[in-house]
Write a protein that binds this ligand. Structure first.
Ligand code: TRP
Length: 336
């Protein structure tokens, strides 16, 4: 018999609603792991639509992308019956705690975040929200008494700040928060652009041909893989330095098949890059097609999807409500 979810460590993570389709790096790096955690953790997953407005955005697009991201979560195997799946803005306590944590964070501390530095250098208008982003992220996490946070390497510093804020608050006002552990997802950093295998696969890829979107049509998907940049030489071997293109294909192959890289290298010994690409294209189509179809089906019935998110919000709110009431008391806010 499996343990009841309530006795397991709580895991929580969020993905921003900033694209029409998650890419393969998100899927292999994050979603696949989230899906596995449903068996071992009390899992909370949410769509960070509030973080999505820290930079320029389009309202109709944001609304559509929020639903599309939710559909992809479920299409990829997150099960609303076993996990709490919700939309950040549905739970006002994120903002309520966000403010308290903004007042717990030093200005210099926020300005030192590398993501803030990168994004503020790239964007013409820098909003205050871009600076306070990590305090909201800390609120996302601390509201739920989270034990572990599976995130990509790029979020490590935000997790460190979250832990500091939790400890600082607990120390100053009495224990209100579990101090969460980051669980840095190994694979996120390891999926590279198909056209430029020295750059991470990302939604801001130079050319869409470099990025596999999990909602790509099978034909387009196969084509992208078959046109992936490979390296000089002919031997299929894993060598990130000398053969970044082939190594990336091997990593993707390994992640999608669940087989170790060495086994795949052995299987392709003496064969050419083209063989690997054809086999990988087939494997990727096979792995992603069911996910794509389930996602499109869910998107065909947005009312049902909205009901699922409503139930998720009810469950999330019950937990968040307890934390924020305690925090409000501790900081000295008069009860209504
Ligand atoms: N900042 C995260 C990202 O861009 C998304 C996010 C927001 C998040 N709140 C979170 C991730 C809380 C984990 C936990 O990837």
């Amino acid at each position: 018999m499996t343990e009841p979810a309530a006795h397991r460590p709580r895991s929580l993570s969020g993905i921003q609603a900033t694209s029409d389709s998650l890419h393969l790096g998100n899927y292999i790096g994050a979603l696949q792991q989230f899906v596995e955690q449903q068996d071992t953790h009390d899992a909370f997953f949410f769509i960070a639509n509030q973080h999505a407005i820290t930079v320029d955005q389009d309202p109709a697009e944001l609304r559509a992308r929020t639903l599309r991201t939710a559909a992809q979560f479920i299409g990829a195997g997150l099960d609303p019956a076993r996990s709490t799946i919700f939309v950040q803005s549905h739970i006002p306590a994120h903002n309520q705690l966000g403010w308290v944590l903004e007042c717990t964070t030093g200005l210099g501390e926020a300005q030192r975040m590398t993501q803030f530095k990168d994004k503020s250098a790239k964007n013409e208008h820098v909003s205050l929200g871009l600076l306070t982003y990590p305090a909201l992220m800390a609120a996302d996490i601390l509201l739920y008494q989270t034990d572990v946070v599976p995130v990509g390497e790029d979020q490590r510093q935000h997790l460190e700040l979250t832990r500091n804020l939790a400890e600082r608050f607990n120390h100053r006002y009495g224990k209100a928060f579990t101090v969460p552990e980051p669980q840095i997802l190994k694979a996120t950093a390891k999926i590279y652009d198909l056209q430029d295998p020295t750059a991470k696969m990302s939604k801001s890829a130079k050319t869409p041909a470099g990025r596999i979107d999990i909602l790509d049509e099978p034909k387009a998907l196969a084509k992208k893989i078959k046109s992936a940049v490979t390296d000089a030489g002919t031997e299929i071997a894993f060598d990130r330095e000398a053969k970044p293109g082939v190594s990336n294909l091997l990593t993707i192959y390994s992640s999608l098949s669940g087989r170790p890289v060495e086994e795949i290298v052995a299987e392709f010994e003496g064969r050419m890059y083209g063989h690997l690409k054809v086999a990988l294209a087939e494997l990727a189509v096979e792995a992603l097609t069911p996910l794509r179809e389930r996602t499109l089906e869910l998107l065909d019935d947005p009312a049902e999807l909205e009901r699922v998110l409503h139930r998720g919000a009810d469950a999330a709110e019950a937990v968040a409500g307890t934390t924020i009431a305690d925090v409000y008391d501790k900081v000295g806010f008069l009860r209504r």
